[in-house]
Design a protein. Structure first.
Lengths: 133, 133
DNA sequence: CTTTAGCGTTTACAAATGTAAACTATGTAT
DNA sequence: ATACATAGTTTACATTTGTAAACGCTAAAG
């Protein structure tokens, strides 16, 4: 699957649609115009660009449309993450982690969750081909 | 410090300069024109834009210039990372980690290093204000 | 000295992005 | 039926980005 480039502003729209799909433009606009501090027409533009890019689909719903994602959140996050990893870290995932761990606030609980994840990863240590999905 | 927006292509230049500063344009161009598969004038443009943005400085060095970073790698990575975290994860750092751990390949050794980092983080668990730098 | 090879500077241009107004069609309230 | 509000569609425009050619200055070569 080829993930098209999704701009920063468009990501806001996608995140809403992923969370609340099916969702109509009124909802999108009323929420995002506040969060992004921009006008309704602006958000309409983002929605339209996403339709054109094939990231969103729609169907009639009463007097207006209802939107749904055509790209999975997982896939978009993957694409975005790996381009970030490449751009900033030249692919050095270990470095990425240590920087984030250093810079970001993590609750005790989160730290423990991550430790568990790593423990698991180490145990199974699946070769690349076995990665799920 | 206000980090200006650095585009994808410009990041390539910055990474070289951080690694090899002071470095002259010949070196930058000969390396990046291959890596990025683009022409010399293109890379000159990137360099110039970075100068204009205040991301690079220069000094005469024989017949040409020698460039050096005016923004620290740490700071740029921080800025870029937090905007990525916001854009893709709405700030949910725990989720970011678990996705990366799930998706990326980590060697046994790297996993252990991360575990150590987390262990440390847990022990000290510094409140935000105490974060170094 | 004059020419030329190189480097830096200026100009160019299309596509993407952020931002938004103008226009159009249609359902709903007089 | 007719006008108004509303949602969707079209058009607009400045800025940023990717990409690169054109131009001009200076140092080296003839």
């Amino acid at each position: 699957m080829n993930i098209p480039k999704i701009s920063d502003a468009e990501w806001e729209v996608m995140k809403m649609v992923w969370k609340k799909s099916p969702i109509n433009s009124e909802e999108i606009i009323s929420f995002l115009s506040v969060k992004m501090n921009c006008s309704a027409p602006t958000i309409k533009t983002y929605i339209n660009r996403l339709l054109k890019k094939g990231a969103l689909g729609y169907e009639k719903s009463g007097r207006s449309y209802s939107y749904n994602p055509l790209l999975s959140e997982k896939d978009c996050i993957r694409a975005e993450s790996s381009s970030f990893l490449e751009k900033v870290y030249d692919g050095a995932i270990g470095l990425l982690f240590s920087n984030f761990i250093e810079d970001e606030d993590l609750s005790e609980k989160e730290i423990e969750k991550l430790q568990k994840l790593l423990e698991n990863k180490k145990k199974h240590h699946l070769p690349p081909e076995t990665k799920k999905k």
